[in-house]
Design a protein around this ligand. Structure first.
Ligand code: SF4
Ligand code: SF4
Length: 441
């Protein structure tokens, strides 16, 4: 199949980056690069979605990666996953054989192993510039669930209507399922039977996910829903506001430097030292030094607040607040250094995921390889028109229309950045707004 035809099918299917911010895949993989990395690291603790897909759909993922090789012209194709995902490693070994065009890269169990900057450096030996993306160094990194969606779009002409998801945490029956996009997460949690009535919900993983309520709807992005007790350290940290972090930091930051010692961006040579941003809190706003703009270099991985800080502070929250304030003032990041050097102690300073989960007191919720897979159906769905980077999709249906699963319900006009949206169930359109389309099954 020709490159143009592959990209057309991916665009029609509305495939977006399932592991990140939702960059439309047909645009991302139309770049000319020499290296493509399938990201199966799934470094967020407790999530097992990608791991399960690699165990059960290795052939399709390898096939999808080859399609990306064709659209990008890349000769170096890699699948990166953790050594400890033994079943997935076996599945790929049996699919790829010993003389494959795809190389399997086995990673140690550290966080954030799946960060694009980490993967590109560890696999291709290239340091992505400050504020850059993998494309800047001739690479594309794509999550394995996205690659599976690409395979299904190209081989089967099927659009993205479901999202594989892990429902984990303080539950009697944690599970994995391929759920309809737009389903309410309270329906998933009910099926997983929480151990207590007092819980909080995190959409995503414990490190980068956000607290949401039961009305939150599943989108094409993010492979996890966590149910955690209200007094879980993860919840306590996530519930604090930027103002309270700031107050606490002013009185207790002892400038111990631990946050900067383990910062993954700092270890890759970026000019980011979170302890210095914390120091700035003691300075009058009018005298703030220029290096506050370094806050733009933070990836929000959360290691500084969830793991490193002995005083229970959040450099991450204050960096996010600082960069938002600078953006509001029209200040852009001036940081774009390319002459980077890995920190000589990087390998010794990396944070083991096992230690991280133990510190957050969530190791007891790990499913390891004992996943239960459930089939979940939705009675109704509320599908967001913006599940991707770019412009919102424009509704192509109206109230009262009958739709089938897979029918297109919203399109991105012309060649604008965005992705098509499809119905995830059979039903009737009950409401259309600027933000969502509701369908009753
Ligand atoms: S680790 Fe915590 S106490 Fe130490 S410098 Fe960073 S924010 Fe301050
Ligand atoms: S969240 Fe903290 S550890 Fe992670 S990149 Fe930002 S400053 Fe560094």
């Amino acid at each position: 199949m020709e490159r143009k035809e592959i990209l057309k099918k991916i665009k029609a299917a509305g495939v977006v980056g399932a592991g990140g911010a939702g960059f439309p895949s047909h645009m991302k993989i139309s770049a000319d690069v020499d290296t493509v990395i399938a990201n199966g690291a799934e470094c967020e603790p407790l999530l097992s979605t990608d791991r399960y897909l690699m165990e059960t759909k290795a052939e399709e993922i390898a096939g999808g990666l080859r399609f990306i090789g064709r659209t990008t012209g890349a000769g170096n194709l890699y699948i990166a996953l953790k050594k400890k995902y033994k079943k997935a490693v076996d599945a790929f070994n049996s699919v790829l054989g010993s003389t494959s065009d795809i190389e399997l890269i086995l990673l140690d169990n550290y966080y954030p192993a799946g960060d694009e900057f980490e993967l590109v450096y560890d696999i291709a030996g290239r340091l992505i510039p400050e504020g850059g993306i993998p494309l800047d160094v001739g690479a594309v990194v794509t999550n394995v669930n996205t690659i599976l969606n690409i395979y299904i779009a190209v081989e089967k002409d099927k659009p993205v209507t479901t999202r594989w998801i892990t429902v984990a945490g303080d539950l009697k029956e944690p599970f994995l399922a391929d759920v309809p996009v737009g389903i309410k997460i309270s329906e998933l949690i009910k099926k997983a039977k929480p151990n207590s009535e007092d819980y909080k919900i995190v959409a995503g993983g414990p490190m980068t996910g956000e607290i949401v309520d039961g009305n939150f709807r599943v989108t094409k992005l993010g492979g996890g829903v966590l149910v955690l007790p209200e007094d879980s350290p993860v919840i306590i940290k996530k519930e604090r506001t930027a103002e309270s972090w700031e107050k606490k930091a002013k009185s207790t930051c002892d400038q111990c430097f631990d946050c900067s010692i383990i910062c993954p961006r700092n270890l890759l040579g970026h000019d980011l030292e979170p302890h210095k941003i914390m120091r700035n809190l003691f300075i009058a706003p009018e005298n703030l030094p220029v290096h506050l703009t370094n806050s733009f270099l933070c990836s929000s991985c959360g290691l500084c607040d969830m793991y490193a800080c002995p005083m229970d502070l959040s450099p991450r929250a204050l960096l996010a607040q600082t960069s938002a304030e600078l953006t509001e003032k029209g200040i852009k990041s001036p940081h774009n250094r390319i002459d980077l050097e890995e920190h000589p102690e990087r390998n010794y300073r990396r944070v083991s995921t096992d230690r991280l989960t133990a510190r957050l007191d969530i190791d007891k919720y790990e499913m390891h390889e004992n996943y239960k897979v459930k089939t979940i159906k939705a009675a109704d769905v509320l599908i967001s028109l913006k599940q991707h980077i770019g412009v919102s999709a424009v509704p192509a249906v109206k109230k009262g229309d009958n739709v089938k699963k897979g029918d297109i319900i919203a399109e991105v006009p012309g060649n604008q950045l965005g992705a098509n949206i499809h119905s995830s169930i059979d039903g009737a359109v009950s409401a259309v707004t600027k933000e969502n389309i509701e369908i009753k099954g």
